[in-house]
Each structure stands twice: as structure tokens, then as C-alpha cells.
Design a protein around this ligand. Structure first.
Ligand SMILES: Nc1ncnc2c1ncn2[C@@H]1O[C@H](COP(=O)(O)OP(=O)(O)O)[C@@H](O)[C@H]1O
Ligand SMILES: [Mg+2]
Length: 356
């Protein structure tokens, strides 16, 4: 579907695809919080370019599924069959009861979901004369299900064996979830993929939107004011784009009016007040410190300051540690480059707004 307000990142897509094609690496993980544009980037920038470059492309989101492991296998089966039949399987898959995966005929139970072994599926995909690109969106969701450990292991093995023929882009929006899958020593995908922070959209994005607004309405828009708003939105494209959409549909709306409504929506959606209510007093104090950029959460001066705010004589490091653990489990605090920080920039902004 055409989307005139979509800002393409073709250069970035080309960079990733070329690195995969040239064998610089065989897999990437792209990390960014929710609503930063990862899915749209995969579908609108990566898919068309990768197809143009000769890849068979598979997309699957682990977020939208009740039973991600089973749905993933079904989708991958369809993809393997599709490759083998040159695209005809899309319409056939529901009627055929048997597909021939590299010479091995696999019987499929007529009504129930197909149960081909993952390694066979991946082997079949790798055997095609075109390379394949798998786009596995929000992959940390797969690791949440305890029963999925075997599937994750087979996936890793299959992709590892066939890394010359099958390339992968994983995305994730949970730092802790991704770490559990890729960075821990015991993680199934330990050191499997090259990790990248999905780049923030910058001023080119807001300039693009300002120009479209001008084109469509004849009104001009202060480019710097628009960019400043985008910073207040923590570079979240969803709210920025919605603001411009509102203003195109109703040209009488000023930037300030449109922005106020979308900023309010942004805070409402993020559910921050409810999250905050569920925290203990000490958890809140620690988050307030972290929000201010204090990374020395265990230092004696931080402990003294927290104790004073909590109205107690002193605080020992193990109390801090226990609370940090709880905040980590709630995915509110994460460690990056050895330092504790608030996971969501939106939540951080919200906390700072409440504090001052
Ligand atoms: N490059 C872009 N240009 C315009 N709008 C975008 C862009 N990327 C994302 N958006 C907007 O932000 C919303 C959220 O993007 P999405 O890709 O779903 O985020 P994520 O997958 O990171 O959670 C989209 O529905 C779209 O409205
Ligand atoms: Mg997404």
C-alpha cells in the first residue's frame, strides 16, 4: 500500500543488505523500543530491496501471535513450499496434503498443522538456488515461552549450518529479552548476530513531513519547531506522523494544538501512571535517580541521598541491589555498557516531568 507520509531509509536498508550479501556478517539484530519504526522499516524498505537483490524473503512477527512457536513453523513451512513451487504454494498449501522437501516426501496430517522438522525446513530453504532472508520481528517473544527452548536451539543450529544461504535480521524491543537470547553466555544465540541499535530518525524526517504538509495544504511550517517537537516525542515516528496527518486533514489546526493532543496520547498509551502506581517507594526513588542520569546507583553519596528522601538513617548496598533486580525484572531498568539506565526514553521523560 502506498503511504505518502512514509519516510524511506533506503540507504540504511542497502547497507544492511549489502553486508549480508557480501558475507560481512550473516545476521543482524536491530534493537529499538516499541513504535520506533522497526516493522515498517522491514516491510517497506528491507523487503522490496532484498527481493530486488535476488533474495527469497520471509517475514514473521512473534508479537502478533498467541502461539508463536507453532505459528512460526506453519509460516516457515509455507515459505519453504512456496520457494519450491515457484510461488504457487501460496494458493496450494491449504489443499495439498504432501509437499516434497528436497526429495523427501513429508506426509502432512490433512487437517492439523504441519509438523515438519525445523532442520528439514531450513535445509529445504537453503537448497534453493536463490539465497533467503528471514526477517524475525520481535524475536524475544519466542524466548518467553519456556517450552520453546528446543525450537530455539534447532533454529540456531539450522541457521548456523546454512549461514551461507540463509541470512537473518532479528528485531527486538526488549533489552533484557534480547540479552537473554543473544548476549548471555548460556544464551542459545550467543554471539550469533551482529547487534545494532536501530538508528533514530533525525531532522531529515521532520523536514520531509514539513514539506509534505506544505505541498498538501499550501501552509508553511516552521521546520525547527517541528524538529523540536520530534525531540519531545523522543524521536518516536508514530506520534510525529500522526501530528502531521491531523494537520493535513484539518489545515486550521496549529502545530501547538496538534502537538498537544498527540503528546497527551503518547503519555496515555505508554501507561506510565499505572506502572508508577505499582512501584514501591524505594523503586520509585531509584528510578528518579536513574532518570536524572545518575549511573552510580550504589555509591555512598547516592545511598545517603536516597536514605534521606526515604526518611531513614541509612541504606545498604544489598537493599539497593534487591530493588534494582526487581526493576530489571520489570524491564524498567537495563544495563547497557556496564551502566544502569532506564529502558524506555519515554518513561524517563515522564519521570522527569513528574519530578520537577
Ligand atoms: N519511516 C517512517 N515514516 C513515517 N512513519 C513511520 C515510519 N516508521 C514508523 N512510522 C510510524 O510509526 C508507527 C510505528 O512503527 P512500527 O514500525 O510499527 O514500530 P515498531 O515495529 O518499532 O514498534 C507506524 O505505524 C507508522 O505510523
Ligand atoms: Mg513492530
Amino acid at each position: 500500500m502506498k503511504d505518502p507520509l512514509f519516510f524511506h531509509r533506503r540507504d540504511y536498508a542497502a547497507k544492511l543488505i549489502n553486508s549480508l550479501k557480501d558475507g560481512i556478517t550473516h545476521a543482524f539484530t536491530l534493537f529499538a523500543p516499541r513504535r520506533m519504526g522497526k516493522t515498517e522499516f522491514l516491510i517497506r524498505d528491507i523487503v522490496p530491496l532484498a527481493e530486488q537483490q535476488g533474495f527469497n524473503v520471509f517475514y514473521f512477527s512473534f508479537m502478533d501471535s498467541e502461539n508463536p512457536a507453532a505459528d512460526f513453523q506453519t509460516a516457515l513451512t509455507r515459505f519453504a513450499a512456496d520457494i519450491q513451487t515457484g510461488g504457487k504454494a501460496k494458493t496450494l498449501i491449504s489443499t495439498i496434503s504432501k509437499i516434497d522437501i528436497i526429495g523427501v516426501a513429508l506426509e502432512r496430517e490433512t487437517a492439523s498443522a504441519p509438523q515438519y522438522r525445523l532442520s528439514e525446513l531450513i535445509g529445504a530453504i537453503a537448497a534453493d538456488n536463490r539465497p533467503s532472508l528471514l526477517l524475525l520481528d520481535e524475536v524475544q517473544e519466542l524466548a518467553r515461552g519456556r517450552d520453546n527452548a528446543q525450537l530455539i536451539k534447532s533454529l540456531r543450529t539450522g541457521l548456523d549450518i546454512n549461514k551461507d544461504r540463509i541470512k537473518t535480521i532479528f528485531t527486538g524491543s526488549s533489552t533484557n529479552g534480547l540479552r537473554a537470547m543473544f548476549n548471555d553466555h548460556k544464551a542459545p544465540f550467543f554471539h550469533f548476530a551482529h547487534a545494532l541499535d536501530f538508528p533514530l530518525l533525525d531532522r531529515a524526517f521532520t523536514d520531509f513531513l514539513a514539506d509534505i504538509y506544505h505541498e498538501r495544504t499550501g501552509n508553511s511550517l516552521d521546520h525547527t519547531a517541528l524538529y523540536n517537537l520530534f525531540e519531545r516525542m523522543k524521536h518516536t515516528p508514530m506520534y510525529m506522523r500522526a501530528t502531521i496527518q491531523d494537520m493535513i486533514l484539518n489545515p486550521a489546526l496549529s502545530l501547538d494544538e496538534a502537538a498537544a493532543a498527540r503528546l497527551a496520547q503518547m503519555h496515555e498509551n505508554s501507561n506510565h501512571p499505572a506502572q508508577w502506581r505499582d512501584l514501591s517507594a524505594m523503586e520509585r526513588l531509584i528510578l528518579q535517580e536513574a532518570a536524572k542520569g545518575n549511573t552510580a546507583l550504589y555509591s555512598s553519596s547516592t545511598r545517603a541521598a536516597l536514605a534521606k528522601k526515604a526518611g531513614i538513617d541509612s541504606l545498604n548496598t544489598s537493599t539497593i541491589q534487591g530493588n534494582i533486580r526487581k526493576l530489571e525484572r520489570k524491564e524498567l531498568l537495563t544495563k547497557s555498557n556496564g551502566q544502569w539506565a532506564i529502558n524506555s526514553p519515554l518513561f524517563q521523560a515522564w519521570i522527569l516531568e513528574q519530578t520537577d
